[in-house]
Design a protein around this ligand. Structure first.
Ligand code: EPU
Length: 326
C-alpha cells in the first residue's frame, strides 16, 4: 500500500463528501443514496456516505476517515443477500468500483477475477471461452467477492473447490494473499466472513475445453422451477446440518404467512418476498415468527442466511434465551 496520505483541512464529520474529494480519493462518493437502491430486496434506509473505491490506495484514505470519525462501515457487494433496516445508517457503505471487476487469464487453466465482477459476467466469460470449474455459480446472484466469502454453491458443490488463492483485506485494512486452507471454507461460510475480511481478487483453477453451457442452462432452469422471482434475497435461512430449511418451514405450515408487505413464498418456503408496501422490519418480524414456529414444530432453531444490518435489536436478542444460532 502507498504511504499514509495527508488529511485535508475540511472537517471529516461535518462535510465528509468534501473531505474525500480533497483527500485524493480516486473513487466516487455520494451522500444521497439508500440501501434500497443497492439491494435486491429494494429495502433499507438512507446511507450517510456511499463510496466506490477504485484502487488499494483509496483504502488508506478510507481508513484515515474511519480513524478520524470512529464511524461504522459496511462493505456491500451485489446486495443480493442483505436486509438493512429502514433506520439511517450512520457510517460508510463501501462498494468496490469498476477497477475491481477485471477477469484475467494468466495461464490456460487459471482465472484471476476481481471481487466486484458479477457472477453472470463470469459465467458468460466461462461459457464463451469453454472453461469449466465455476458452473456452480449458475443462478447464484451477486458479485464474486460475496460468492467467495459465503462459499456460494448448491447443497452438493461449493465454489471453494476451484479456488487457488484469495487476495483480501484483513479487518485492519492490511492486504494478504490467502490459500484456500487459510480461508477455512465451509457450507455458506468462511473465516473471511467470520472475521470481516474483504475479498479483492480470487484466483481460480478452471478446466479448458469444458462445455459448461448445458450445465449452466440446466441449473438456471432448475432454479426457475423451484425458486420464486420478485423481490427477495435468496434463502432467508441456512439449511441446518443434514436438513432443509425450506422443507422445515413448509412442514411447519408457514407458506403464505404474511407480516405487513412481507410474505413467505408459496413456491419455496425459504424465500420471503417483499411486496410493494413492504418494510425491512416486516421481513425481520416475519423471519422471527417463522423461526419460532419451526422451533416449536421441529425443535430446530433456524439461523438467518441473509445478513441483517442496522436493526434496533440483534437477531440473537430476539430469542428468550438470547441465542439466535441454536
Ligand atoms: N422443499 C420443501 N418445501 C419448500 C421448499 C423446499 O419441501 O417450500 C424441499 C424440496 O422439495 C427439497 C428440499 O426441500 O427436497 C431442498 O430444497 P431445494 O432443492 O430447493 O434446495 P434448498 O436446500 O432449499 C439450496 C440453497 C439455494 C440453492 C439451491 C440449489 C441453501 C439455504 N439454499 O436450496 O441457495 O439455490 O440449494 O441447489 O443452502 C441461497 O443460498 O440464497 C440459495 C437460494
Amino acid at each position: 500500500m502507498a504511504a499514509q496520505p495527508m488529511a485535508p483541512s475540511v472537517d471529516p464529520v461535518a462535510d465528509p463528501a468534501a473531505w474525500f474529494r480533497m483527500s485524493g480519493f480516486l473513487g466516487s462518493c455520494t451522500s444521497d443514496t439508500t440501501f434500497a437502491t443497492h439491494c435486491t430486496y429494494r429495502l433499507g434506509g438512507p446511507i450517510r456516505l456511499f463510496l466506490e473505491p477504485q484502487s488499494t490506495d483509496d483504502f488508506e484514505v478510507i481508513r484515515m476517515w474511519l480513524d478520524l470519525t470512529e464511524a461504522p462501515h459496511f462493505f456491500i457487494g451485489g446486495g443480493t443477500n442483505l436486509l438493512a433496516s429502514s433506520a439511517p445508517y450512520p457510517g460508510l457503505v463501501l462498494r468496490l468500483g469498476d477497477n475491481f471487476k477485471r477477469i484475467d487469464r494468466p495461464a490456460i487453466d487459471c482465472l484471476v477475477i476481481g471481487a466486484a465482477a458479477n457472477t453472470a459476467q463470469v459465467l458468460k466469460y466461462c461459457m464463451h471461452h469453454e472453461l469449466g470449474g465455476l458452473g456452480v455459480l449458475a443462478g447464484v446472484p451477486g458479485t464474486l467477492g460475496g460468492a467467495v466469502a459465503m462459499n456460494a454453491g448448491t447443497m452438493r458443490d461449493w465454489l471453494d473447490r476451484s479456488i487457488l488463492s484469495v487476495t483480501a483485506l484483513d479487518p485492519y485494512w492490511q492486504l494478504h494473499q490467502l490459500s484456500p486452507e487459510q480461508c477455512s471454507f465451509r457450507y455458506r461460510g468462511s473465516r473471511l466472513l467470520d472475521e470481516g475480511w474483504r475479498v479483492l481478487e480470487t484466483t481460480f483453477r478452471v478446466i479448458p475445453g469444458d462445455l459448461i453451457r448445458p450445465h449452466v442452462e440446466d441449473h438456471l432452469a432448475m432454479r426457475r422451477r423451484t425458486q420464486p422471482g420478485g423481490r427477495n434475497a435468496g434463502s432467508n435461512f441456512k439449511n441446518p446440518p443434514g436438513l432443509s430449511a425450506g422443507a422445515l418451514i413448509d412442514q411447519a405450515g408457514c407458506k403464505g404467512w404474511r407480516e405487513g408487505g412481507a410474505v413467505v413464498s408459496d413456491l419455496h418456503a425459504n424465500f420471503i418476498l417483499a411486496e410493494s408496501d413492504c418494510t425491512p422490519e416486516d421481513v425481520f418480524r416475519l423471519m422471527q415468527r417463522v423461526a419460532r414456529r419451526v422451533e416449536e414444530k421441529s425443535q430446530v432453531r433456524l439461523e438467518p442466511e441473509v445478513v441483517l444490518l442496522n436493526f434496533a435489536e440483534s437477531w440473537e436478542s430476539t430469542w428468550p434465551d438470547g441465542k439466535g444460532d441454536g
